[in-house]
Design a protein around this ligand. Sequence first.
Ligand SMILES: Cc1cc2nc3c(=O)[nH]c(=O)nc-3n(C[C@H](O)[C@H](O)[C@H](O)COP(=O)(O)O)c2cc1C
Length: 200
Amino acid sequence: VDDDALFAVITRQRACRQYRDTPVDDATVERLLTAATYAPSAENHQPWVFVVVRNATARAEIAGSMQRAWETAGRAYSETRLTPAVLGDVDRGMTGGFAGAPVFIVVAGDAQRSAKPTLPSSIFPAVQNMLLTATALGLGSALTTIATVHAGELARIVALPEHLVPLAVVPVGYPVHPLAPPRREPFSEHTHRERFGNPW
Ligand SMILES: Cc1cc2nc3c(=O)[nH]c(=O)nc-3n(C[C@H](O)[C@H](O)[C@H](O)COP(=O)(O)O)c2cc1C
């Protein structure tokens, strides 16, 4: 295993909020989904369910639902919490950027396979595998959860039955602009030796 290649991907992965309309073929989507399904899950129940949405009307409906959630509550909440640069980027994503992605992957958790407390934590590692694989393939992607504000609406658009809980929407496509490196604090600012309070 080439760990330098792995690190190059991990340290480049970030949210893309503006997409080209260049199509993404099924073989590429299948790479993402294969990576997703190698993730860990509680008791190996593999409760993930993916709905790959290419249909323009359905994508517009999902994007519209995200935009409404953002405009009615999300933006006001985030305005005081995000830096102006991130706020601007999220705003562009929510008000048209995400809508431009040629593929949306709706990620749901099967409540009949996994206990409620471990359902999200059994799904998001799979999502992270998708994001990393997308980065490795030169694709843009983003983990978004705002569509779950209107979970019933999202479930209706992609015909999810009651026991499948929508947890995320991952837009996938080629980025309009190359993404700058993500900004992260060093691990040492988040790490303690043996007991909390002892710096690394
Ligand atoms: C649980 C979770 C939910 C998120 N939901 C959204 C979302 O609804 N919309 C959005 O634009 N970004 C969303 N993000 C992406 C974060 O904003 C992003 O990971 C973070 O700001 C780091 O930015 P970067 O990826 O550009 O480095 C979400 C991330 C996580 C982990």
